[in-house]
Design a protein around this ligand. Structure first.
Ligand code: SF4
Length: 101
């Protein structure tokens, strides 16, 4: 079972790091939804436009998984604990710094 408790001293304020999901790797297994203590992720069906933007292999993979995948719908709440990265069985999630404007 996934550890859903964030490290107490991760030292990262929300909105400095965001999770980026590789759409070509995600298989909608929802490990990130379970692992994230900040409710950053949702699994939903791809829109027609999102499906069209995928390469052929990505469309086939999406079809094989019910045209569903994870989205970081509350990415601004990410505290960079890394639990989603560890939990994803497809290694589909990377953490990236948020660009400052
Ligand atoms: S790194 Fe961010 S998105 Fe991933 S589990 Fe931690 S808080 Fe959630």
């Amino acid at each position: 079972m996934a550890d859903t408790h964030p490290p107490e001293d991760c030292g990262n304020a929300a909105s400095t790091i965001r999770p980026v999901i590789d759409a070509g790797r995600c298989e909608a297994k929802a490990a990130c939804v379970v692992a994230c203590p900040y409710d950053v992720f949702e699994i939903r069906v791809l829109t027609t436009q999102e499906r069209s933007a995928l390469p052929l292999l990505g469309r086939l993979k999406a079809w094989a998984h019910g045209n569903r995948r994870a989205f970081a719908v509350r990415a601004q709440a990410c505290h960079a604990c890394g639990l989603c990265v560890k939990a994803c069985p497809e290694q589909a999630i990377a953490l990236q710094p948020v660009a400052k404007v």
